[in-house]
Design a protein around this ligand. Structure first.
Ligand SMILES: [Fe+2]
Length: 234
């Protein structure tokens, strides 16, 4: 069946930003999600080499008309990380100005690390949807790694940011992290269909896998009790 969905997973340091050794080390995934029929897409977590990302979309006949942010960390939106200046949202605002969708609890962090203005951001709560052409993307609030972390659900896929990796979950020991919230967020994600394909924010242990597989292989998803979670990871 003909589907309008355009979905690309791009690995920083391999598919773009190839000359950046820090990008190679960090293994961030960026996603382009949109509607082929209208030729428009959103970029999830634009960072590392934003001009390359816009050009990549362009070579597919797609124009970047929005950004989605999983969370405010500089490897996902740009800014300074360990003395390195990472390309990100300010470049996107320059080369392809567009609304930047984020959770309301993440807006201050994004402004602080990138310097973008409040008027560049469109803030959301959990369950909101955004549309790119006929493609609908649902925003799931999954705090724990940061207070306003989001996952994006589109068609049969979940872009999980730094909330859920194939073999683990995001760190909860960074500023704004919360172990109990991470537990609750993972319980929420476990209710997604087994067939839902998870696309994480880093390539630490793979690029994609169905939720049904993760339920068997990811130890963090297997814990079903908060007290046990606290004993193991708290
Ligand atoms: Fe992160």
């Amino acid at each position: 069946m003909d589907t309008p969905l355009y979905f690309r997973q791009l690995l920083a340091g391999r598919d773009f930003g190839e000359d950046d050794p820090v990008a190679c080390q960090m293994q961030n995934f960026v996603y382009l999600i949109g509607d082929r029929r209208v030729g428009e897409c959103f970029v999830v977590d634009p960072a590392w080499a934003v001009r390359d990302l816009v050009d990549l979309a362009g070579r597919d006949g797609m124009r970047v008309t929005g950004a989605l942010v999983t969370h405010y960390h500089p490897d996902h939106v740009g800014g300074e990380l360990w003395g390195h200046e990472i390309d990100g949202l300010p470049t996107l605002m320059e080369v392809a100005p567009c609304p930047v969708h984020c959770h309301r609890l993440e807006a201050d962090g994004i402004r602080k690390v990138t310097g973008v203005s409040a008027s560049d951001l469109v803030t959301h709560g959990s369950g909101d949807t955004v549309r790119c052409g006929d493609v609908e993307i649902e925003l799931l609030h999954t705090p724990g790694h940061t207070p306003g972390s989001l996952c994006f659900r589109v068609a049969g896929s979940l872009v999980s940011g730094d909330t859920l990796f194939l073999q683990g979950c995001g760190r909860v020991d960074l500023p704004g992290g919360d172990s109990d919230q991470m537990f609750a967020s993972l319980q929420k994600l476990k209710t997604l269909p087994d067939s839902c394909v998870v696309f994480p924010g880093h390539a630490y242990s793979g690029a994609q896998a169905p939720m049904g597989d993760l339920l068997g292989q990811n130890h963090y998803l297997r814990v079903a009790d908060l007290e046990m979670w606290r004993q193991m990871f708290g």
